[in-house]
Design a protein around this ligand. Structure first.
Ligand SMILES: Cc1cc2nc3c(=O)[nH]c(=O)nc-3n(C[C@H](O)[C@H](O)[C@H](O)COP(=O)(O)OP(=O)(O)OC[C@H]3O[C@@H](n4cnc5c(N)ncnc54)[C@H](O)[C@@H]3O)c2cc1C
Length: 365
């Protein structure tokens, strides 16, 4: 039986939602509303595609080991108001506190396209088979996801031709010049070809991730490939908030205060990619938001004031592995951007893809 006034509904169990649910588990009655049967560590999804035997299972963590006291309802939220969450089934979860953490979507394979771990594993295996037989790979999008995919492909199949196309004139615009030069150097070493400053004239006739005859014109040049992947097009998972708590911005993000309250609602918080916090959308940020919100809700549960505030990182942050041993990274420091060596990128992310961090969060060996 739940105690009066202590129910926290967390909508979405991604990086932010899982972290806040766990942090509050001993202090409140946590109800995690999340349609997936397992948390997906998206940072590992591109390697799950290229090395499914070793990696695919390691990016999924079952929700049933996350919470000791609280529980999961495996459903989508369809509406939220200050007193609770309405589920897609029509049922309602009354709550004293709500944390919106429904994150963002991204085209497969960077994020999965199913809520079932078993189906997602089958998708990675099937796409791996398509990719393994393709000599020439075309990637649309030269942001961190497209470049990371290129690096993972080259780490397994150095002989494959990989071309990355992007309408932007430069790679990772806005990051330090030194990082961008290192990135170009490493991509050259790997033999990844960049075609910047131009987009496809039309989408290939064949679906992304499926082997077939891919032929596109890019800025007057004809490029042929045996498979292509889409590495652009993040979307905010906020349709269910459309007529609710506060007007969403043009990107579908919900406005939050420095304490991460949804504007105008003292007991409703939002964290992670679904928020309008002015920063790059990152798992690391979502998890830091979770710490702030957990501190605020614990204070309120104890009759105190929620005073914790979130301060976005003072500079741009990226960790972009190119395979397990390569890649570039930038983190802010007191003296400006600090550029990471490829061995530091490998150590911080590339080798383990944050597997040990999530094994610990989800209490799995
Ligand atoms: C390939 C790739 C690599 C990345 N690598 C890194 C990295 O190395 N470091 C880093 O910091 N960031 C990385 N990111 C970015 C990171 O994945 C996102 O910033 C992060 O997922 C945001 O976390 P979140 O908790 O806000 O939401 P998400 O992780 O998107 O989780 C949202 C959850 O909400 C659920 N949900 C959606 N709608 C509803 C609903 N209506 N009701 C209930 N539940 C719902 C979803 O099923 C999902 O589980 C990477 C992203 C990609 C695609």
């Amino acid at each position: 039986m739940t105690q009066q006034g202590r129910t926290v509904a967390v909508v979405g169990g991604g990086y932010g939602g899982a972290a806040v649910a766990k942090a509050l588990d001993e202090h409140a009655d946590v109800v995690l509303i999340e349609p997936k049967d397992g948390f997906v560590n998206a940072a590992g999804s591109l390697r799950a595609l290229t090395q499914p035997d070793e990696w695919a299972e390691r990016i999924f963590y079952p929700y049933d080991t996350l919470l000791k006291n609280g529980g999961q309802i495996r459903e989508y939220a369809s509406a939220v108001d200050a007193g609770g969450v309405t589920l897609a089934s029509g049922e309602r979860v009354e709550a004293d506190y709500i944390v919106l953490a429904s994150g963002s979507g991204y085209p497969y394979p960077a994020k999965t396209r199913t809520d079932s771990t078993a189906e997602a594993l089958a998708h990675f295996k099937a796409t791996h088979a398509e990719l393994a037989g393709a000599d020439r790979v075309l990637i649309a999008g030269a942001g961190p996801v497209g470049l990371e995919l290129a690096g993972e492909i080259k780490a397994v199949w150095p002989e494959k031709s990989v071309v990355v196309v992007d309408p932007a004139e430069e790679l990772l615009g806005g990051y330090a010049e030194e990082l961008r030069a290192d990135l170009h150097g490493q991509l050259d070493e790997l033999g990844v070809r960049l075609r910047l400053g131009a987009a496809f004239d039309a989408e290939p006739a064949v679906e992304p991730g499926v082997a077939g005859t891919v032929a596109v014109a890019v800025g007057g040049e004809r490029i042929e490939a045996d498979i292509w992947f889409r590495a652009y097009g993040a979307t905010t998972n906020s349709d269910y908030l459309a007529d609710g708590l506060a007007p969403l911005n043009a990107r579908g993000q919900i406005p939050v205060t420095a304490r991460l309250n949804v504007d105008g609602h003292g007991h409703v918080y939002a964290i992670g990619d679904v928020t309008d916090v002015a920063e790059e959308k990152r798992a690391g940020s979502a998890m830091r938001h979770a710490e702030v919100v957990a501190a605020n809700i614990i204070a309120q549960l104890q009759g105190g004031e929620p005073v914790a505030e979130y301060r976005p990182s003072p500079g741009r942050v990226v960790l972009l592995p190119l395979g397990p041993e390569g890649g570039v990274g930038q983190v802010p420091s007191e003296d400006g951007p600090s550029i990471l060596s490829r061995s530091a990128v490998a150590e911080w992310k590339g080798r383990d893809l944050m597997h040990s961090k999530f094994a610990e969060l989800f209490n799995v060996a």
